[in-house]
Ligand binder design. Structure first.
Ligand SMILES: Nc1ncnc2c1ncn2[C@@H]1O[C@H](COP(=O)(O)OP(=O)(O)OP(=O)(O)O)[C@@H](O)[C@H]1O
Ligand SMILES: [Mg+2]
Length: 243
């Protein structure tokens, strides 16, 4: 870790609470006062036992669901000040999502999956196609551009999902078990890929994982328990040498 303190904060969370089924008898207090700062270019892992609130926290950062209380500032914008319409555009431009079940469009080829976010932003089709091809080539997928997801291996599908999350150069990339069900060689490859992207583009990544080994590829490990952050570990960790 170098010069962490001098880099700007890309994400600042303070006093964040999430209650599901608020006010009802089945209310769940899933986040109980989370404070977290992530600097531009950080690669952060979130760990903790099942049900401790990791996915809930990612969903709050990604604004896929409403918070109950607290403040979230992304790229110097207090997201509570955004209207619903502005929020949709903000989420599209600032945040990249990589989920466990890749969520690729099954009837679109690899390159079509990757160019879609650019087309949604209004980019010309030819330009979008070229950018999508370039990024897929960079990720070692140059010979699989026109394959459908069902014609790709798990690791290849994951690379398409990663390319789709990266193509718009979002301020933050969020991954929930991004190497999920992949076997360890492919997971290692994906983590190396994340690290490369992180280093080259100063890209910020926040990844939820159950694997200590995966987490050790990151700069920080945030430990959660019972809806709160219980501990923050700062790297470099052992796996750093492999990157
Ligand atoms: N939509 C929902 N409605 C009600 N309760 C929910 C909802 N989503 C999650 N919860 C509850 O909130 C708590 C936190 O869930 P969350 O999914 O964030 O955990 P997690 O840390 O991601 O767990 P895992 O490691 O199993 O994925 C759990 O008690 C869960 O049952
Ligand atoms: Mg989860």
């Amino acid at each position: 870790m170098t010069a962490t303190r001098n880099r700007e904060s890309i994400l600042v969370i303070s006093g964040l609470h999430k209650r599901y089924n608020e006010g009802k008898s089945n209310e769940v207090h899933a986040l109980r006062g989370v404070d977290l700062i992530v600097k531009r270019g950080d690669m952060m892992a979130i760990m903790g036992p099942s049900g401790c609130g990791k996915t809930t926290l990612l969903n709050m950062i990604g604004h896929l669901d409403r918070r109950s209380e607290g403040k979230i500032v992304i790229d110097n914008i207090d997201t509570a000040t955004l209207s619903d319409g502005k929020m949709t555009a903000f989420r599209r431009d600032k945040i990249g999502f990589i989920f466990q079940l890749f969520n690729l469009f099954p009837f679109l080829s690899a390159v079509e999956n990757v160019e879609t976010p650019l087309l949604l932003k209004g980019m010309k089709a030819g330009v979008a196609r070229e950018q999508a091809k370039m990024l897929l080539r960079e990720l070692g997928m140059g010979d699989r551009l026109y394959h459908l997801p069902s014609e790709l291996s798990g690791g290849q599908q994951q690379r398409v999902a990663i390319a789709r999350a990266l193509i718009t150069e979002p301020a933050i990339i969020l991954g929930d078990e991004p190497t999920g069900d992949l076997h360890s060689a492919t997971s290692a490859e994906i983590m190396k890929l994340f690290r490369r992207i992180n280093r080259i583009n100063q890209q910020t990544l926040v990844l939820v994982t159950h694997s200590r080994w995966i987490a050790e590829h990151c700069d920080y490990i945030v430990h959660m328990s019972d809806g709160k952050i219980s501990r923050l570990e700062q790297g470099p960790f052992k796996a750093e040498e492999e990157n």
